[in-house]
Ligand binder design. Structure first.
Ligand SMILES: Nc1ncnc2c1ncn2[C@@H]1O[C@H](COP(=O)(O)OP(=O)(O)OP(=O)(O)O)[C@@H](O)[C@H]1O
Ligand SMILES: [Mg+2]
Length: 121
């Protein structure tokens, strides 16, 4: 949630998100892999990154039979200046189901990402 990111910062919010899932379920194993300095990521970008991570993590827990989920948030600086959010699970999946789903989660993810101001002006 936006307020959570504003209060805690992106890194602590992600740690909190993963910790709360870990305390609810022993399986699958959830790994949080934070790379680079997230301290200056705030506002809309932080809120979008958090929401995307939360939706994809929830999807992996709900829709896959994963044994392991890796949530990787990577800050790339320099000319690339980007924030990568990657959620991988080893539970397999069915692309046809993604296309046919009546769910709003992934649509919301792409809309939010498209609407978020780029890190670099
Ligand atoms: N990690 C995943 N593994 C396997 N299937 C997935 C995964 N993530 C999404 N899917 C498939 O893609 C579909 C669409 O996901 P989406 O998040 O858009 O909707 P939802 O999760 O079903 O509903 P909502 O997000 O609105 O609560 C899911 O119903 C599921 O079939
Ligand atoms: Mg979903």
């Amino acid at each position: 949630m936006a307020w959570k990111c504003e209060e805690l910062g992106l890194e602590a919010s992600l740690v909190d998100l993963v910790d709360s899932w870990r305390s609810r379920t022993a399986q699958p194993m959830i790994q949080l892999d934070l790379q680079g300095d997230l301290a200056d990521i705030s506002g809309t970008v932080a809120a979008t990154a958090y929401r995307v991570a939360r939706e994809c993590l929830t999807n992996a827990l709900r829709h896959s039979a994963a044994r392991e989920i890796v949530l990787r948030i990577e800050r790339r600086t320099g000319s690339e200046n980007a924030l990568l959010v990657r959620v991988e699970d080893d539970g397999g999946g069915d692309a046809a189901k993604v296309a046919q789903s009546a769910g709003f989660g992934l649509t919301g993810v792409s809309e939010r990402v498209a609407a978020t101001i780029p890190l670099a002006a």
